[in-house]
Write a protein that binds this ligand. Structure first.
Ligand SMILES: Cc1cc2nc3c(=O)[nH]c(=O)nc-3n(C[C@H](O)[C@H](O)[C@H](O)COP(=O)(O)O)c2cc1C
Length: 176
């Protein structure tokens, strides 16, 4: 299975890249699938409806299409998903349909509110969301809210998350 680890923020000084790189490392221990980082920053997506001839809309949609599943390294902005992610998902038609997605979120409350909003969006993209959810705390899993130093306690959840993602990605391939 080909799984994309989606970096959901693009701001200068973001930490989603640290979380995404950690997930890529963890995937080697927990899963046999093939993982890659998919960085929203690489696609230069304009706000939906804005004209921009050099945009990466087609590349973004192609990348989502070629993947069998996703893990969202998800930040929480104003109790919801980052605007840049919402905008990127507003381009999605059928690219994520009948595929599995897992959420690894971070924030003051583990990104829980953002994760619930993302699950609602998955309802519309026809994406099957994995129940097991890794919540990372800005207080306990980061130093000074900027340097990612995850606690060991996430191992059990990570194991279950990768297992479910492997199983559902494979199962859903059969109906596409
Ligand atoms: C615009 C903005 C809004 C934020 N709102 C929340 C919030 O509602 N809840 C929360 O837990 N953290 C919030 N934060 C703090 C972020 O969780 C923290 O800055 C995190 O590092 C953001 O992810 P990023 O570094 O990948 O951009 C907010 C940060 C920004 C920039």
């Amino acid at each position: 299975m080909k799984i994309g680890i989606i970096l959901t923020t693009t701001r200068e000084g973001r930490v989603s890249d640290q979380v995404g790189n950690w997930l890529l490392e963890q995937s080697k221990a927990y899963s046999k699938s093939q993982f890659e980082i998919v960085d929203l920053k690489d696609f230069s997506l304009p706000i939906l409806g804005e004209a921009d001839p050099n945009n990466g809309i087609a590349r973004w949609k192609e990348k989502l299409s070629e993947l069998d599943g996703y893990i969202f390294a998800l930040a929480e902005y104003n109790h919801s998903v980052p605007g840049v992610l919402k905008n990127a998902l507003d381009y999605v038609g059928t690219e994520m349909a009948n595929k599995a997605a897992a959420i690894v979120s971070y924030g003051a409350a583990g990104g829980a509110r953002s994760a619930e909003h993302l699950r609602a969006i998955f309802g519309q993209t026809n994406t099957a969301d994995i129940n097991t959810h890794v919540l990372l705390s800005l207080f306990y899993d980061f130093e000074n809210f900027t340097t990612f130093k995850p606690l060991d306690i996430h191992g059990t959840n990570l194991d279950q998350l990768f297992k479910s993602l492997d199983a559902w990605s494979k199962a859903l391939q059969t109906i596409r």
